[in-house]
Design a protein around this ligand. Structure first.
Ligand SMILES: *Cc1c(COP(=O)(O)O)cnc(C)c1O
Length: 406
């Protein structure tokens, strides 16, 4: 094993650009540097054509019309535009929004913001397997409900929600359905009409495209949805999002979408085999737990708890060699346990002992083999040093111990 090699298994945080994407982008920094809104010369026309082509590729990937794609700076902006935009546009209809506790912060914090300006928000709990309880969802709908916002696939566990049924529930009650599909688009089929999704946020950098560019799908028929702009200016993107388009970024996003459409199936088949192997080997270790519904999960993700091992410490044993993410919130300076895992009913200790492995298009068999050895060694090493593990092995009931206050 080459110890200097760093294995990247954190593709849910961001993916590397596909070289084919970068190659397609390069001319748009140089000879084709025009502003897509410049209507009076060749540079502008060329940029506009390139944006049109990219928009078509992105629309095709999700089964939408070109005009239903609004370019943004990423999924965070897409989520803000969808949720704030619907809240403002449909204020006369109501002020109630339904989401779930395990959503991305870009959704949760947007909802929290809206609560300060008059929104009522229901944060659904999820079941132990990470799935939303559909009966609870339906029961939460009120006459004032304007929006249901539920993610397609969770970034920490890979759990895929029952999009079709959620879409049917929204349809039945005449409520708009927004989905943060950042982790799903380009990796599994995400056809918006089949699922009854009316607004959908996603981003290029989670699907082998560049950072800083994303899109919001906004349905134009059955129903025709409108969102109030959150960034005003030159009236770009049908008035819903002003600002000079990031032409090279959009070109790269379009190429990433084209590749994803053509290669998604084979990528998913290869990655699910590698992921299953990784998971099978690592769960041979004693006292492990796989987090999230294994029957409805992204093909490249495994979130595993190694009981009685502190995740951050475990990561230190191998983070010279493997890049992964732990079950601690990286957004806070203090190491709080992941609210997603806690929301699924994991105790703080189990949440702290969790590692998210997210594979990607450039993950090799060798990467996975090496990662298995490194992680297994790390877990065994940590447990050898751990008095808690020793007590567990001696049969002490750890739940009965009274720890000194910390
Ligand atoms: C990465 C991610 C985001 C944020 O996307 P950006 O383009 O980085 O703003 C939002 N939601 C989910 C589920 C994500 O995984």
């Amino acid at each position: 094993m080459n110890n200097r090699r760093l294995i990247y298994l954190d593709n849910n945080a961001t993916t590397p650009c596909d070289p084919r994407v970068v190659e397609t982008m390069v001319p748009y920094f140089f000879e084709k540097h025009g502003n897509a809104a410049s209507r009076s010369h060749q540079f502008g026309w060329e940029a506009e054509d390139a944006v049109d082509y990219a928009r078509e590729q992105i629309a095709k990937l999700i089964g939408a019309e070109d005009k239903e794609i609004i370019f943004t700076s990423g999924a965070t902006e897409g989520n803000n535009l969808a949720i704030k935009g619907v809240f403002e546009m449909y204020a006369k209809k109501g002020n109630h929004i339904i989401t779930a506790e395990t959503e991305h912060k870009a959704v949760l914090d947007t909802c929290k913001h809206l609560e300060k300006v008059g929104a009522e928000v229901t944060y659904l709990k999820v079941q132990e397997d990470g799935m939303v309880n559909l009966a609870e969802l339906e029961a939460a709908i009120r006459p004032t409900t304007i929006l249901v916002s539920l993610m397609w696939a969770n970034n920490e566990t890979g759990v895929i929600q029952d999009m079709k049924t959620i879409g049917q529930i929204c349809e039945k009650h005449g409520v708009l359905f927004h989905s943060d599909a950042t982790q799903a688009v380009g990796k599994i089929p995400t056809m918006v009409r089949e699922m009854g999704v009316h607004l959908m946020s996603f981003t290029a950098h989670k699907m082998y495209g560049p950072k800083g560019v994303g899109a919001l799908y906004v349905s134009r028929k059955n129903p025709r949805v409108k969102v109030t702009a959150q960034i005003d200016g030159g009236g770009h993107e049908r008035g819903m999002r002003s600002g000079t388009l990031n032409v090279p970024g959009i070109v790269g996003f379009g190429k990433a979408a084209e590749i994803a459409r053509l290669e998604m199936e084979q990528d998913a088949a290869r990655l699910s085999k590698l992921r299953d192997h990784l998971q099978a080997e690592l769960t041979k270790l004693e006292e492990t737990k796989v987090n999230g519904n294994e029957g409805s999960r992204m093909p490249h993700v495994a979130n595993i708890s190694f009981k009685h091992v502190e995740g951050e410490g475990l990561m230190m044993t191998f983070n010279q060699n493997i890049a992964v993410s732990s079950g601690s919130a990286c957004t806070s300076a203090s190491l709080e346990p992941s609210y997603v895992l806690v929301g699924m009913g994991l105790g703080d200790d189990l949440a702290h002992s969790s590692i998210r492995f997210s594979l990607g298009r450039f993950t090799t068999e060798e990467d996975v083999e090496d990662a298995i050895k490194l992680v297994a060694n790390g877990v065994n090493h940590m447990r050898d040093l751990s008095p808690i593990w020793e007590m567990y092995k001696e049969g002490v009931d750890l739940t009965k111990i009274e720890w000194a206050a910390h």
